[in-house]
Ligand binder design. Sequence first.
Ligand code: MF3
Ligand code: CO
Length: 290
Amino acid sequence: MTKLGRNDACWCGSGIKYKNCHESFDSKIDFYHRQGAIVPSRDIIKTPAQIEGIRRSAKVNIAVLDYVGEHIGAGITTEEIDRWVSEQTAKYGAVPAPLNYEGFPKSVCTSVNHEVCHGIPSPDVVLKEGDIINVDCSTILDGYFSDSSRMFCIGEVSEEKKRLVDITEQSLQVGLSQVKPWGFLGDMGQAINDFAKKNGYSVVREIGGHGVGLEFHEEPWVSFVSRRGTEMVMAPGMVFTIEPMINMGKARIVTDKKNGWTVYTADGKPSAQWEIQVLITETGYEILAY
Ligand code: MF3
Ligand code: CO
């Protein structure tokens, strides 16, 4: 790291003198680093201008998911959801991030019932009463990335599926209660895992959240089965997702061999996921996308 003078312009690009900008931030990072903690590198700390860009992208992501929520129902195909996402995102001058991402063929992920994540929209998948579905939207606006997902219940769903969807949504609040500057990501991960287990569910281990903003997937990788006091320190200016996948049965998952994308529960039981994108602030957090 370059040694900056206190009166030099801050490394973050704010144009403000270092002593009035990130100097105390750097000494806190040094403190945690010396204790052996994992600390964020400077390139994942967002500047105010970048945060504003990410916030605008997130507003589009929220609007697209709102549109999906207003139109989804029995008889709709997941291909139609893909078309809505594509059209609505374009309407705002933005681009869906999943399209062509590492070869992903569609603009949104749609994961039904025992599909855990990365379901591929298809004209052959017709939503029917009793289904639960995760719609995972990600947007690029002016080069800034946002990412969030919601569950939708199609018509009347069984009590046990409804409870899975509700507990998974509540797990976000449980996790958020641990999200604060200079806490550990593991504080959040353990809170979510404990809550899911207490409710008789299991949390997917292999797939987690991620930093997001200047790219689709950035450091850190975010686990929801981690332990208190471990994983990266949360510092102001970090932006990442909280997106636990919670299974009604066992945690084990399998990936579709034919399409290489869709992840299913190994035991065939339902899975739910909600995803929000959060910014760590000086005093707490801000939910950018939901
Ligand atoms: N939105 C997913 C996530 O939370 C992205 C999946 S990659 C895709 O990370 F290509 F399938 F979209
Ligand atoms: Co994500």
